[in-house]
Design a protein around this ligand. Structure first.
Ligand SMILES: Nc1ncnc2c1ncn2[C@@H]1O[C@H](COP(=O)(O)OP(=O)(O)O)[C@@H](O)[C@H]1O
Ligand SMILES: O=C(O)C1=C[C@@H](OP(=O)(O)O)[C@@H](O)[C@H](O)C1
Ligand SMILES: [Mg+2]
Length: 196
């Protein structure tokens, strides 16, 4: 079995999409992209600012445009934001040439992992746990429906999640061969950068 063109990570806030995505890209020798980070770079402002000034609708428009742009990027691991699955028009953009991984995580872990971070406007409420519960009820069926792989992340270190994922995505390739292929890709990327 060969590697998919893209690996797309979906799941709720605090599932670890950004963290796992970065590590998984390294493991596969793919580029890592995160829709939220690219939106922030393009906009020159952080997500709370975008929500404040443009509203959630403005953010969702930027998110759809980003998913469209990134849907043709080969050899990438794409971390999405937790709400990226909600617009029906986003779903074919997520599915295009990809394996979709749902990082499934309990509400308790989501609460714990997002507790100190002020960068998620939807959770700046009196009761973030209640928000996470409501969002989970709405979104979990959609994550599940879209997913090719469902990976539980509770009480697993990011390294363990990545190792298990790499095995599920490419089970027939032993680790030393993945490593060789990854080095080959890095070499090719270095050569193409050097050429200009
Ligand atoms: N498997 C894990 N075990 C422990 N902590 C994790 C795990 N995955 C992510 N985290 C931590 O949880 C927080 C949120 O992770 P993040 O990758 O930003 O999630 P997401 O992008 O899905 O919202 C970060 O501080 C990260 O270090
Ligand atoms: O669940 C959501 O609607 C959101 C999740 C965030 O990304 P993470 O899931 O990476 O935290 C970010 O896109 C924005 O704050 C909205
Ligand atoms: Mg993230």
């Amino acid at each position: 079995m060969s590697l998919p063109k893209r690996v797309v990570l979906v799941g709720p806030m605090g599932a670890g999409k950004t963290t796992i995505g970065r590590l998984l890209a390294k493991e596969l020798g793919y580029r890592f992209m995160d829709t939220d980070r690219i939106i922030e770079e393009r906009c020159g402002a952080n997500i709370p600012w975008i929500f404040d000034v443009e509203g959630e609708d403005g953010f969702r428009q930027r998110e759809t445009a980003m998913l469209e742009e990134l849907s043709s990027e080969a050899e990438t691991v794409l971390a999405t934001g937790g709400g990226a699955v909600m617009r029906p028009e986003n779903r074919p953009l997520l599915r295009k040439d990809s394996i979709i991984v749902y990082l499934r995580t309990s509400i308790e872990q989501q609460v714990e992992r997002t507790r100190k971070d002020r960068n998620r406007p939807l959770l700046q409420s009196e009761d973030p746990e209640a928000v996470l519960r409501t969002l989970f009820a709405l979104r979990d069926p959609i994550y599940t429906e879209l997913a090719d792989i469902i990976m539980y992340t509770d009480r697993k270190s990011p390294r363990l999640v990545v190792r298990q994922l790499a095995n599920r995505i490419n089970p027939k390739t032993p680790r030393h061969k993945r490593q060789r292929r990854k080095e080959g890709r890095e070499h090719a990327q270095g050569a193409s950068r050097a050429q200009g």
